[in-house]
Design a protein around this ligand. Structure first.
Ligand SMILES: Nc1nc2c(ncn2[C@@H]2O[C@H](COP(=O)(O)OP(=O)(O)OP(=O)(O)O)[C@@H](O)[C@H]2O)c(=O)[nH]1
Ligand SMILES: [Mg+2]
Length: 271
C-alpha cells in the first residue's frame, strides 16, 4: 500500500520555515514513540541539520516501555538528546527549559526561539500549550489541524514556533506511509481502511497476539490477519444484512482502539 499526501499548506509551510530558520536557536523535533523511525520522515529533516536539536518521543504513554528505552539510548548514541514524554500529562517535560538552555549554553535570562516540527498529529501544538501553560494552539486528534505557522510566548524567555505537520512528498519505503497511517498522521480518506487494518493485524499477530486476543476476547491461534478481522468483527457485532461481517466498520474500530492505546502499549518499530 503506497500512501502519499503532501497538500498545498505543507509546501507553503516548508517555504516559510526555510525563511524563519535563521531566527531560530533550537529545533524541537517531535516523533511518535510508537513509530520513531517512520515519524522521522518529515520533509524538514534536511533543513534542520544546521541547528541544535532536541528530540521528543511523544505519546510514550501509548508505546512499549522497553522499546522506548532502547530508542532513547539509540538517540544518545547518535549524539542527540531525546526525552520520552506524555504531552497530555506533561510527564517528561519537567526539565525541558533547563535542558534547552544548557544545550545552547544560554544563561537563565537569555531568550531562546524554538522551532517545533514533526509529521502531522504527533503533538506539536499540545507540546506548545503544555510548555507555555496556555491553551492557545489548536489541538485535535486528526492530522493537518495546524495549517499555518505562529509564535507562542512561553516562560523563562522561551518562544515557540508552531508549525503544520510536514511529510515527505514521496515515501521511498511504502511501509513508512503505512505506519504513519496506523498512528493517524495521514488522512483516513486517503487509504482503504480494511487493507490498512489487515496490515496492522499482520504486525500485531507477530508481536502482540496475546494482547489482541485479550482485548477482543477471541482465539487467534493459527489465524491470518484476514481471519482475525472477521473473528473480531463477529465478536463486536459488526454484522450487515445477510450475516456478513461489516469489514469497514470493524477495521475502523480496530484502528481507533489501536490509536487510543486500548489494545496495549505498542511500539511498531525497533531501534
Ligand atoms: N496519549 C497521548 N496523546 C497525545 C500526546 N501528545 C499528543 N496527543 C494527542 O494527539 C493528538 C494530536 O495532537 P496535536 O497537538 O494537535 O498534534 P500536532 O502535531 O499539532 O498535529 P498537526 O497540527 O495536525 O500536525 C491530540 O488528540 C492530542 O491530545 C501524548 O503524549 N499522549
Ligand atoms: Mg498542530
Amino acid at each position: 500500500m503506497n500512501i502519499q499526501w503532501f497538500p498545498g499548506h505543507m509546501a507553503k509551510a516548508k517555504r516559510l520555515l526555510k525563511q524563519k530558520l535563521k531566527f531560530v536557536n533550537l529545533i524541537v523535533e517531535i516523533l511518535d514513540a510508537r513509530v520513531p523511525f517512520s515519524s522521522m520522515s518529515s520533509d524538514l529533516v534536511g533543513l534542520t541539520f544546521s541547528k541544535p536539536k532536541l528530540v521528543l518521543l511523544s505519546k510514550f504513554d501509548l508505546a512499549n516501555e522497553a522499546a522506548t528505552k532502547c530508542w532513547l539510548s539509540y538517540f544518545r548514541d547518535v549524539g542527540l538528546i531525546a526525552l520520552a514524554v506524555n504531552l497530555k500529562s506533561g510527564q517528561g517535560l519537567e526539565n525541558f527549559s533547563s535542558i534547552a538552555k544548557s544545550l545552547l549554553n544560554k544563561k537563565k535570562s537569555e531568550k531562546i526561539k524554538v522551532l517545533v516540527c514533526g509529521v502531522p498529529n504527533v503533538g506539536k501544538s499540545l507540546f506548545i500549550n503544555k510548555v507555555t501553560e496556555k491553551k492557545r494552539a489548536k489541538v485535535e486528534n486528526r492530522p493537518a489541524v495546524t495549517k499555518g505557522i505562529s509564535w507562542f510566548v512561553g516562560k523563562n524567555g522561551l518562544e515557540f514556533l508552531d508549525t503544520p505537520g510536514i511529510l515527505c512528498p514521496k515515501f521511498d519505503d511504502p511501509k513508512v506511509g503505512e505506519k504513519l497511517a496506523f498512528i493517524g498522521s495521514i488522512k483516513d480518506n486517503l487509504f482503504d481502511s480494511v487493507s490498512l487494518c489487515e496490515r496492522l493485524l499482520q504486525i500485531l499477530l507477530k508481536n502482540y497476539k496475546n494482547a489482541v486476543e485479550n482485548r477482543f476476547k477471541v482465539d487467534l491461534s493459527f489465524t491470518t490477519a484476514q481471519e482475525a478481522l472477521r473473528k473480531i468483527g463477529r465478536k463486536r457485532g459488526a454484522i450487515i444484512y445477510g450475516g456478513k461481517i461489516d469489514l469497514n466498520r470493524v477495521s475502523n474500530l480496530i484502528l481507533e482502539e489501536f490509536r487510543a492505546g486500548k489494545i496495549t502499549k505498542i511500539t511498531l518499530e525497533n531501534s
